[in-house]
Design a protein around this ligand. Sequence first.
Ligand code: HEC
Ligand code: HEC
Length: 487
Amino acid sequence: MSSVLATGERTRIIGVKGEKTMTRLLRFQTATGIASLVVAAVQTAFPQETGKPASSYSPVVIHEAFATIRARMEAAKPEVMKRHTALLEERYDLSNRPASGVTMARSKPVQQGVRVKLASGRTWDALARMTPEEIKSGDAFPKGFFPLPHPNHAEGGMLFPRFLIDEIKAQEQRDLTRFDLDFDFPDHLLPEFPAPIFLTTRPDLGDVSHGKLVTIDNFHELFNGILNPKQLEGLRLLVTAFPQQQFNGTEDRRTIRPSRGAACFDCHANGHTTSATHLVGDIRPQQFRHRIDTPSLRGVNIQRLFGSQRALKSVEDFTEFEQRAAYFDGDPVTATKKGVNILERGSQVHFMGEFQSLLDFPPAPKLKIDGKLDPKKATAQEVRGQDLFFGKAQCASCHPAPYYTDNLMHNLRVERFYNPRLINGRMASADGPIKTFPLRGIKDSPPYLHDSRLMTLEDTVEFFNLVLELRLTQPEKADLVAFLRAL
Ligand code: HEC
Ligand code: HEC
């Protein structure tokens, strides 16, 4: 463990000893009830432990040969993966249990059942009868509802599922394999791959991907004649790889060979998501950064806030700044070293934004124009679920029809239910306000929440049942899930 933790200076602030000390400090501080002191204590705890002052910057000069870094991190990898796998197994049932008769837009089965494990002797109903204070003082909040760490939180960085890596390698001979880390969730819990693409401008065409992953290799052949030249150029840039923190040509990379970089559509594959993960760029220090699940770009045309917390106001801004900043952990100093690509606003950013805004939600044949169920097509259970969604379960107060987002952010204050603690290098405390992600097409984009902490729609219903203190019955929960699947 300590050999990984000594890795580079990006990870220096995390240490096993520090982890214990900080948990102690936090217990003490929260016991005194002075929240602002908690943060102060955390920020000063590590420098005292390590003897080094805290910094927002990553190191620019690497004082170790690439071969040495690689050997050290490869040797540490089994232990890192073992620790993370143990955490997932403690929290979730990761088995392959598809729901019958319900698939994503093309054919991938949707997974069923609550996957967050309960401590022995607990039931969901009993938990829901407890107040947030009782859950907190009894340490009864289910482990799977806590913030989920990156597979190696101290190190972080972009991380891709194997099926995406294999397909990019086959098409482009570009290798997105990291020598230090593998993606964590099994494939059956991830979105359909390659995902179908529906265009707002040509709904008559249905899925325009023809079952292929769109890359620099085939985008022209697939889209010439369907898009205008501006959109075609925007798409070209979205499938073009640019240097990035872990994927670049310097010795400070996590690929065996120097890398050409990562493309927007490596993560937002076919304008949807592979659930590739990352750490959010906008928080310091490292242990407070959120793991983030790649959001689908379907339906960005009707949204007004971008990023789980960044709250950028346009797709164009997000496009321009994603590459300049988030690719490099929000650090323009390393971006300059590794090869930032500044996009020109009028002829590149705008074109990329225009293509993204053509990406439609998948068809939902049971919904009417107002986004609600057509009673002639829906089942009785789905209709009951809709009544709950707009009534007792309060979901519609933040997720109104037709797209099931209010285009705002909300602070769910999940920290009401637990005392702060470090989980594998991730400081689980208050997450703050998060964007209300739309629920149209939601069955196609597991896992759920900004940090992928929930595997199924059933998990999200249990989560909101506690967070909103709803006390739904078991049949009501099943009805809500049926409705969510129809969106
Ligand atoms: C590591 C995979 C990855 C790559 C590569 C990537 N993104 Fe993202 N993208 C994400 C994640 C994760 C978020 C959520 C960020 C957050 O919560 O702050 C995101 C958010 C977005 C959003 C806002 C979506 C929303 O619903 O709020 C847009 C737009 C976007 N990305 C466009 C791009 C573009 C354009 C590129 C290429 C320049 C790109 N992304 C490259 C993972 C990626
Ligand atoms: C107070 C506002 C609010 C209410 C009420 C609410 N939600 Fe949400 N919902 C959010 C926010 C904010 C997020 C994003 C949270 C995150 O990512 O951490 C979210 C996320 C979700 C997600 C995951 C979206 C994704 O892309 O991962 C689902 C599913 C969901 N809500 C379903 C529901 C259901 C079902 C209800 C009613 C039982 C409900 N929500 C009630 C605000 C709300």
